[in-house]
Design a protein around this ligand. Structure first.
Ligand SMILES: [Zn+2]
Length: 166
């Protein structure tokens, strides 16, 4: 598949936006560059957050499950929308709160710290993932603004979030 321009050495040596503490080169870059698939759903989630942060819309499309609603739309149109979104948002950190994985399906609960023109747009999302035989793919998610969640994000579990969001 076609990829956007490859990241420069400066970007590669910086800390990965997904927050593992590893350099981008040693963390999510190999997934973005198509050198390997994320080994599990949490790693895939991390790599998608990092893709938003570095502006890799093609990877976001690549990791959308065929059952995701956007897969029924025109690829170029979706990529254009993603690029506009990414241009206006600042990605300040990712925290994985909980996850479950069984066979070829998995769920990940996370806090995405995001700002838009200085305003806090952070949200907590429970995302569902499926393995399509090639790699883990994002199927759908339920997101709630962080400000609407009345408990510390760090105390949330998938069960608790589901009861709050439901
Ligand atoms: Zn990473």
């Amino acid at each position: 598949m076609t990829r956007d321009a490859r990241p420069g050495q400066g970007t590669l040596s910086r800390p990965c936006p997904c927050g593992t503490g590893r350099s981008y080169r040693d963390c999510c870059a190999p997934c973005h560059l198509g050198d390997r698939e994320a080994p599990d759903a949490v790693a895939l989630m991390r790599s998608r957050y990092a893709a938003f942060a570095v502006g890799d819309a093609a990877y976001l499309w690549h990791t959308l499950h065929m059952g995701h609603i956007d897969r029924g739309r025109d690829r170029d149109e979706v990529l254009r929308e993603l690029k506009v979104t990414m241009h206006h948002l600042r990605y300040r950190g990712l925290k994985i709160l909980d996850s479950t994985q069984g066979g070829s399906s998995a769920s990940v609960l996370f806090l995405a710290k995001i700002f838009q023109a200085g305003a806090d747009r952070s949200f907590i999302e429970l995302s569902d993932f499926l393995h399509d035989g090639e790699g883990w793919r994002y199927l759908h998610g339920v997101a709630v603004p962080r400000a609407r969640v009345n408990v510390p994000a760090e105390t949330l579990t998938i069960a608790l979030f589901s009861s709050l969001a439901g």
